[in-house]
Design a protein around this ligand. Structure first.
Ligand code: OSB
Ligand code: MG
Length: 368
């Protein structure tokens, strides 16, 4: 397989409702789409999950454009490739910039599967016909608003509710949810908003039967996560801390968490995501697939990854219509009774909708 031409596009799509975390609120989603054409005429698609500001990691849409344009695309275009696993080696002289690398690597995985005539799911070694889906709910204006949303998503069948927390929007919120929904599978995501000084808060949360608490402390703080985990019974799940297989190994050895959220972009691609999945499986650490408010292409990659066997917990891969008036793929991703049926067409299994893509494109550049 040889990539002859790559189109890089910068898109902006309005979300149906704003998404608020401990760091701020997003309403418009800017992201990059990468389309890679092979000499044989197949086309692979990748999506960068970097946001327009560096609140989640240091990467942004603009830094991703720069890395792709000046380093990543030139390293791969017109090169003979046997397998997507080779991308890691081809890009080894470029440090970090995982989301930028992942956009390209995802397109190569899609292309590779299409050249082989198999689904991305099969190419990765996954074997589920459907996957379980949860929903991530941002910080709301009032607890009542949040309770109404939980009511609505429970009725839709989502398999677990994840609520964002931050100082001032935590214990009371969880208490109220439990009062109204004693049985709902529930977890909280702090996006690093706390320190060990808040240990008492986390001890108090123990009584509400949360499935896990996601990323309570700083991204680089494996040691304090390990200290916190020793003092609470609720499993800690790491998100922002895990950028690589090595990070996962450190977290597991230090007992800094009992669960890992794998995001393809954060770890630099599907190959690394699968390595982390395998490491966690060997160490009996369940994983689930995190979300980055993706449009259809990124969502399709998440669905394929989730078919690997140790993705035991429901992921943040809600349906297209949860986020968008109109998604950039067809069919759109549909959640029924909390499940997504995994497509088995070649590659990612969804067709890009060129009309919607054009409608949302701010800028495009073609490399050959
Ligand atoms: O921490 O998991 C997170 C969205 C943007 C950035 C970080 C996170 C999230 C979510 C939403 O929780 C996941 C989704 O629905 O895509
Ligand atoms: Mg998170």
């Amino acid at each position: 397989m040889k990539i002859q031409e790559i189109s890089l596009r910068h898109l902006k799509m309005r979300m149906r409702s704003p998404f608020a975390t401990s760091f701020g609120t997003m309403q418009d989603k800017e992201f990059l789409l990468l389309e890679a054409k092979s000499v044989n005429g197949h086309i692979g698609w990748g999506e960068s999950v970097a946001f327009d500001t560096p609140w989640y990691t240091e990467e942004t849409v603009k830094t991703n454009w720069h890395m792709l344009e000046d380093f990543i695309i030139p390293a791969v275009i017109n090169r003979e490739l046997e397998h997507p696993d080779q991308i890691t080696c081809l890009l080894s002289s470029i440090r970090k910039n995982n989301m930028a690398k992942s956009a390209l690597e995802g397109a190569v995985w899609d292309l590779y599967s299409k050249e082989k005539g198999i689904s991305l799911t099969r190419a990765l070694g996954g074997n589920k016909g459907k996957i379980e889906v949860g929903v991530s709910i941002g910080i709301q204006k009032t607890i009542d608003d949040l309770l109404q949303l939980i009511d609505r998503y429970t009725a839709k069948g989502y398999k677990r509710m994840k609520v964002k927390i931050k100082p001032g929007w935590d214990l009371e919120v969880i208490r109220e949810i439990r009062k109204n929904f004693p049985e709902v599978p529930l977890m909280a995501d702090a996006n690093s908003a706390y320190t060990l000084n808040d240990t008492d808060l986390f001890k108090s949360l123990d009584e509400y039967g949360l499935m896990m608490i996601e990323q309570p402390l700083a991204a680089n703080d494996f040691i304090d996560h390990a200290k916190l985990q020793k003092q609470i019974t609720t499993p800690i799940c790491l998100d922002e801390s895990i950028h690589s297989y090595e990070d996962a190994r450190i977290a597991i050895e230090l007992k800094a968490c009992q669960i890992i959220n794998i995001k393809i972009g954060r770890v630099g691609g599907l190959t690394e995501a699968r390595r982390i999945h395998n490491l966690c499986k060997d160490n009996k650490i369940p994983v689930w697939c995190g979300g980055m408010l993706e449009a259809g292409i990124g969502r399709a990659h998440n669905i394929a990854l989730t078919t690997l066997s140790n993705f035991i917990l429901p992921g943040d891969t809600a349906g297209s219509s949860h986020y968008w008036e109109k998604d950039i793929i067809y069919p759109e991703v549909v959640v029924e009774n909390g499940y997504i049926n995994v497509p088995d067409h070649p590659g990612i299994g969804y067709e890009p909708n060129r009309e919607t893509i054009r409608q949302f494109t701010l800028n495009e550049k073609i490399f050959s």
